[in-house]
Design a protein around this ligand. Structure first.
Ligand code: 7PJ
Length: 279
C-alpha cells in the first residue's frame, strides 16, 4: 500500500504513525452566535489549540452534514469557509476543506487549501475537474443516499463489498481525469447511510479495504451515533468511546483519524504507537 500522501504544500509519510485530522466546524450552529468576526476569531483559536494539541491536518467544514441537515447555498458556504482558510493558511499546517461543491473546491484550492474532503466522493458535476489540476490531497467518502435521507432506511446486501466497489469506481474516475494515486485517501463513511451493524462491519474490514484498493483509509468515528449506540452515551459523553473507536480503526490499519478531541486522541495514539509491532 502507498505510504505517502501528497497533500498540497505537504507530503505525509504514512508509515510512521497514524495522522490526526482535527475537525473545525464553521457552521452557525457550531458556535454561539456573535456574528462573523467573532466566529472567525473563535475558529482561529480552535485551530491554534488543535495544532498545539498535535493535529496534523485541520478539516474545515462549512456545511453541516448531520443526518437531516438541509444543504447550504454556495455563497453562504464560501462566506463561512474562505475567511477561515485565509486566516489559517500561514499557520504552517495542512488545511482540508470538507465540501461537496465544485465552486467551493476551486476557491479553496486557489486560497491555499491542501486537501479536499468530499463526503459525496466528487460525484457533483464539475467536482473532479475542480480538483484534477492541483496537487491537493483528496478524501473519497462513501455515502448511501443524501444527508437529508441517508439514515431513513440504510440497506445493503453486502455492506463491505458494496462500499469497496463504490470507492473503487470513484478512485478510477479520479485517476482517469489525471489525478495521481498518491493524492488519494478512501473513507467508508461511518454513519452516512449505515446502521450500527453496517458501521461495525466496516470498522472490522478497514485492513481488507485498504489492501484491496491499495490506498490509505481515513476513518471518521468521533462522537458518532454508532458510539452512542454501543455505549448508551449522549453526544457530549462520547470521548472515551471515540478514543476506543480511533484505536480500533488504527489497529485495523487506518492511516488518518478524523476527530473532535485532538489532545486526547494524540495521547491515545502515542501510547498505541509505542506498543505497535509495526515500528
Ligand atoms: C465525516 C466527514 C467522515 C470524512 C463528516 C461528523 C459528520 N468527512 N465529514 N469522513 N464526517 N471524510 O463529523 O459527525 O466520517 S461530518
Amino acid at each position: 500500500m502507498r505510504q505517502y500522501l501528497q497533500c498540497g504544500r505537504f507530503g505525509f509519510n504514512l508509515s510512521q504513525r497514524p495522522l490526526v485530522m482535527g475537525i473545525l466546524n464553521v457552521t452557525p450552529d457550531s458556535f454561539s452566535d456573535g456574528g462573523r468576526y467573532q466566529s472567525l476569531a473563535f475558529a482561529f483559536e480552535r485551530a491554534e489549540q488543535m495544532i498545539r494539541d498535535g493535529a496534523d491536518i485541520i478539516d474545515i467544514g462549512g456545511e453541516s452534514t448531520r443526518p437531516g441537515s438541509p444543504s447550504v447555498p454556495v455563497q453562504e458556504e464560501l462566506d463561512r469557509v474562505m475567511p477561515v482558510i485565509y486566516a489559517l493558511r500561514e499557520l504552517g499546517h495542512a488545511l482540508s476543506i470538507d465540501t461537496c461543491k465544485p465552486e467551493v473546491m476551486r476557491e479553496a484550492i486557489i486560497a491555499g487549501a491542501d486537501m479536499i474532503n468530499d463526503i459525496n466522493a466528487f460525484r457533483a458535476p464539475g467536482a473532479i475537474e475542480a480538483v484534477a489540476d492541483s496537487d491537493c490531497g483528496l478524501c473519497i467518502m462513501h455515502m448511501q443516499g443524501t444527508p437529508q435521507d441517508m439514515q431513513a432506511q440504510p440497506a445493503y446486501q453486502d455492506v463491505v463489498g458494496e462500499v469497496s466497489a463504490f470507492l473503487r469506481e470513484r478512485v478510477e474516475a479520479l485517476l482517469a481525469a489525471g489525478v495521481m494515486r498518491d493524492r488519494v485517501t478512501i473513507d467508508p463513511g461511518f454513519g452516512f447511510g449505515k446502521s450500527v451493524e453496517h458501521n461495525v462491519a466496516l470498522l472490522r474490514s478497514i485492513s481488507q479495504m485498504q489492501r484491496d484498493l491499495g490506498l490509505p483509509v481515513l476513518a471518521g468515528l468521533s462522537r458518532k451515533s454508532m458510539i452512542g449506540a454501543l455505549t448508551g452515551r449522549s453526544v457530549e459523553q462520547r470521548l472515551a468511546g471515540s478514543l476506543g473507536a480511533a484505536l480500533a480503526a488504527v489497529a485495523q490499519g487506518a492511516r488518518i483519524v478524523r476527530v473532535h478531541d485532538v489532545a486526547e486522541t494524540v495521547d491515545a495514539l502515542k501510547v498505541w504507537n509505542a506498543a505497535s509491532c509495526e515500528n
